[in-house]
Design a protein around this ligand. Structure first.
Ligand SMILES: [Mn+2]
Length: 483
């Protein structure tokens, strides 16, 4: 029998909402998983990628992570891991450093046997290089085999990786595929093999509403029973409280009503995300966020989803809107970098869901070109000096936060169509009860409830003129977000 904890998408170093406390939360969640691993004396901790939020974790993130890994090592519990899209770098992987320190094993195409199970790894691979994958794994003589991989696999939402094809091509037969990347916990059987995501260990976006946790995976057909050789159980983690307040205002209602609704919750130390829909009077987000502050909330954010009527008369009369936009952009005298961003936002060849990654990629390329910092200088001063229409400071901050999203570096050579769409962009909710994998293979039944009302992260798209044909609010990036 082999019993392991399967976790992933830890995102250590993510300073969510610009809160150093939140940054610590992500490390604490990793610590909590390791606590459980030690308490339960599992045979290994299997990490399916995105241990770090960024490919450039800072020293405190690295030191904190090493401390956690050292505790695991002191308890003689191996840490087996693969590299996710957020943390991948061109010049070697952080995981290799931990392996060099004797604190981790980087899984690959040769088996790492723990107990009677052989573990293999498959790092995140960009879509552009998937077709070349041969899924050749060295043989093993263990009783069970598991593949640990990072990517968006079928049959789960937003998948772009053909699980059945992978299993079919693989030279080793797997009893389970232990995944990371999709932050929504789920499981399903594909061609007789269990495929499962444990979900992220802290909410990395406001769309991750349900409780966080990890999997305990047991390889032992006698213990599991039935036709299965593997059992997958979900364990909950005690993470930062998130309070979601949704207020639908009727005509004539306003701030008072929102205050009432917000005050009904215990906000102490919580991340409070208020969403306003419906009709009613204008509401000043700052006034509502103040209530959260007074009640001891860690972070308060208000998103007003109502149509905003602008006082300004907008005089639109031109033959080709694109011409007008070009003219206006010319007046703004943007830097070369800003023009890159604008191009990425408006190019029809770039899917909305890829805009964010593409923008990050282009800015990083600019930054990496030595002596090219003048790419960030403005061209010439705008004639009227008008900067109106831009977002407020908070929105700018949010934009910056989005820029922190990981990007697959290997894939940054203009293959924009292949940039990874990360699950932070996904508005999917799943039922995640503690459920033994053996009773019901079809967990998918509950998994497809798309909920667009949750992406509280995405503030102020009232300014957004580009969202005419967009179906995913969260994927929206406007040029102004990055100026
Ligand atoms: Mn992730």
């Amino acid at each position: 029998m082999t019993r392991v904890i399967h976790t992933g998408d830890t995102h250590v170093g993510y300073q969510q909402y610009h809160s150093p406390v939140r940054r610590q939360d992500f490390l604490d969640a990793f610590d909590a998983v390791v606590d459980d691993a030690i308490d339960e004396d599992v045979d290994a901790v299997v990490h399916a990628g995105d241990l770090f939020h960024d490919r450039r974790p800072e020293l405190p993130d690295l030191m904190g992570t090493i401390s956690v890994l050292r505790r695991l090592d002191d308890a003689d519990i191996p840490f087996l891991a693969v590299v996710g899209n957020h943390e991948a770098t061109r010049g070697g992987q952080w995981l290799d450093l931990f392996e060099r320190l004797g604190l981790a094993t980087r899984l690959g195409d040769t088996p790492t046997v723990v107990g009677d199970t052989a573990f293999y790894g498959l790092d995140h691979v960009p879509v552009s290089r998937r077709d070349d994958l041969e899924y050749e794994f060295d043989p093993h003589d263990a009783d069970y085999a598991a593949l640990v991989a990072h990517g968006l696999f079928e049959p789960f939402a937003h998948a772009d990786w053909d699980t059945e094809e992978m299993l079919d091509k693989s030279t080793v037969g797997f009893d389970a595929v232990l995944l990371g990347d999709n932050h929504t916990p789920d499981r399903a059987k594909v061609a007789g093999t269990w495929v499962t995501y444990p979900g992220s260990t802290e909410r990395a976006s406001a769309t991750e509403r349900e409780g966080r946790g990890y999997n305990v995976v047991t390889f032992d057909e006698e213990a599991v029973g039935g036709d299965d050789r593997v059992s997958i159980r979900r364990r909950a983690l005690d993470t930062r409280e998130f309070v979601f307040v949704s207020v639908e205002l009727n005509h004539g209602e306003g701030e008072t009503r929102v205050r009432e609704q917000v005050r009904q919750h215990d906000l102490e130390d919580a991340v409070v995300l208020v969403e306003i829909t419906g009709d009613g009077e204008p509401v000043t987000p700052a006034a509502i966020e103040e209530i959260g502050d007074e009640a001891g909330a860690l972070v308060s954010r208000v998103t007003d989803r109502r149509e905003v009527e602008t006082d300004a008369d907008i005089d639109v009369s031109f033959a080709d809107p694109e011409d007008a936009v070009r003219e206006r952009i010319d007046e703004m005298a943007l830097s070369a970098a800003a023009l890159d961003v604008d191009e990425a936002v408006r190019a029809e060849t770039i899917a909305d869901s890829n805009v964010r990654e593409t923008v990050k990629m282009r800015i990083e390329e600019r930054l990496e070109e030595d002596g090219e910092l003048d790419a960030f200088d403005r061209g010439r001063r705008p004639e009227n000096g008008s900067e109106s229409g831009g977002p407020d400071a908070d929105t700018l901050d949010e934009g910056g936060e989005h820029l922190d999203n990981g990007v697959d570096v290997e894939d940054s050579e203009k293959h924009v169509e292949d940039s990874e769409e990360h699950v932070e962009d996904i508005n999917v909710e799943t039922e995640s009860t503690e459920k033994d994998g053996t009773d019901d293979p079809d967990v998918r039944g509950d998994a497809e409830t798309v909920d667009d009302t949750n992406d509280v992260d995405d503030t102020n798209d009232a300014d957004d003129t580009n969202d005419a044909d967009d179906t995913n609010d969260d994927g929206q990036v406007t040029m102004e977000d990055y100026l």
